[in-house]
Design a protein around this ligand. Structure first.
Ligand code: EPU
Length: 419
């Protein structure tokens, strides 16, 4: 068991290189299944979710080689097998093997996926979409058997613009007969990254980035490569840290358009941000103004930055209102921020929190209940007086590549210790 120990209060300056996007990489790796040859993925983040997906590829008899951030996957010996529950439940994104294997082999057997405990997170829209493409779905307990004689393109309307369902149905539809239209599709940049990869393999997908995606089925997908886009949530997390502790803190490899919703809020709070080509420079604000934030699907304010920004709001002058609209259980960090001295009045039923600031935070023993809760507590530890110890850090390591190295590199006092 490991914990993160932080001595707070250090000014941070220098440069941080933002890595490849977790939520792109975790879809691109299963998407490789659709190829009949070999694929190369570059800028793949070094996170435990990557390794969990590679374990599943090995189980399916795929060969892989990893050289720093370059992952090659050879699909020529692929064997379709039941994906055991212990492999699938390590992460949410194992569900992309449903769409990929169904598309390629017309059959998949696996279990309900794992992932952060931030809500009930059903996959009914994925299943409904597979059925509309012609698959039969048998669910026994947690186990899903999905198979089809053939998949036939159709029009699928998503009740919710779900990231996971949009990607999964795009994967399944790539090799279906005829044309599939996904309407009310999600528009997150990670979806565009996956569609670009599939098109590089020979798929015919258009309309990504809009709410109507068109997929014309093809017979074969060939050798291809792709660069994982920069992680907008990692960039956003460090931008928030810069707003609190930065002295010319420079974030490289940032697509500022992808974090426009955050940058606009930070500017409203009074943070000094200079945008350059592919990088931003942030200085700690002399004084932060309270604001209201509501999470929304892209291009709105991302749910994954809701928890990190709560910590920033504890340092703003006045009353801020934070409202989560995507997941029912995004408030795991609140009690620990309160323990550290924050004044937060949270209502889990209305998914709203009122934050009154600024309040001084004092180091404490806290728990990372999920990935982004962990990020919010890392930020809290960095600004707190004294020592903060965070346990259950496996959640954080699932999603932030080189967190400790990147932060110590700009002057933070943060380390991992064995418990
Ligand atoms: N939903 C349904 N039915 C479905 C699918 C989704 O009701 O079949 C609901 C969910 O319960 C949720 C909402 O729709 O309330 C949105 O879920 P979505 O499918 O968009 O999210 P996801 O695919 O499960 C991905 C990311 C999340 C990120 C969300 C939203 C991955 C592996 N996960 O989840 O990332 O918060 O999109 O952008 O890509 C994280 O990185 O910390 C994280 C949780």
């Amino acid at each position: 068991m490991k914990k993160i120990v932080i001595e707070g209060g250090k000014t941070l300056s220098g440069e941080i290189n933002i890595g490849g996007a977790k939520n792109s990489a975790v879809a691109l790796i299963p998407a490789a299944i659709l190829c009949d040859e070999e694929v190369s993925l570059y800028n793949v983040p070094n996170i435990s979710d990557r390794d969990a997906l590679i374990d599943i590829l090995h189980h399916l008899n795929c060969q892989t080689s990893l050289d720093k951030d370059a992952l090659k996957i050879d699909l020529r010996q692929l064997k379709n097998k039941l994906i055991p529950e212990n492999l699938g439940k390590k992460l949410r994104a194992s569900y992309y093997f449903m769409g990929a294997l169904l598309g390629k082999m017309k059959k998949v057997e696996m279990y309900f996926p794992g992932g952060c405990n931030i809500g009930s997170r059903p996959i009914d829209l994925h299943i409904k979409g597979f059925e509309m493409l012609g698959a039969k779905v048998k669910i026994v307990g947690n186990k899903y058997t999905i198979e089809a004689k053939e998949l036939i393109g159709t029009r699928i309307y998503l009740d919710i613009a779900s990231v996971g369902a949009t990607i999964n149905l795009m994967l399944a539809a790539c090799k279906a007969k005829g044309t599939t239209i996904i309407s009310n599709a999600a528009r997150e940049p990670e979806i565009t990254n996956v569609a670009t990869f599939l098109n590089n393999m020979g798929a015919k997908i258009s309309g990504v980035g809009t709410s109507e995606i068109k997929i014309e089925g093809v017979e074969k997908l060939h050798k291809a490569m792709i660069d994982v886009i920069p992680d907008r949530i990692e960039a956003g997390t460090y931008a928030i840290i810069g707003a609190l502790l930065g002295k010319d803190l420079k974030l490289n490899n940032v697509i500022d358009e992808h974090i426009e919703a955050l940058l606009s809020k930070l500017k409203d709070m009074g943070v000094d941000i200079k945008e350059e080509k592919n990088s931003i420079i942030i200085n700690r604000a002399k004084s932060l103004e309270a604001i209201n934030i509501k999470t929304l699907v892209y291009p709105g304010f991302p749910t994954d930055l809701g928890q990190p920004i709560t910590t920033l709001l504890t340092q703003a002058k006045g009353v801020s209102l934070f409202e989560e609209t995507i997941y029912e259980n995004r408030f795991g960090h609140i009690k620990y921020l309160q323990k550290m001295g924050a004044t937060i009045n949270a209502n889990v039923h209305s998914m709203q929190a009122i934050i009154i600031g600024p309040t001084k935070l004092i180091g404490a023993d806290v728990v990372a209940t999920d990935l982004r809760a962990g990020a919010s507590l890392v930020i809290a530890g960095l600004i707190a007086e004294g020592t903060t110890t965070i346990s259950e850090i496996e959640h954080i390591l699932r999603g932030y590549d080189g967190l400790i190295e990147k932060l110590t590199g700009v002057g933070a006092n943060i380390r991992i210790e064995e418990i």
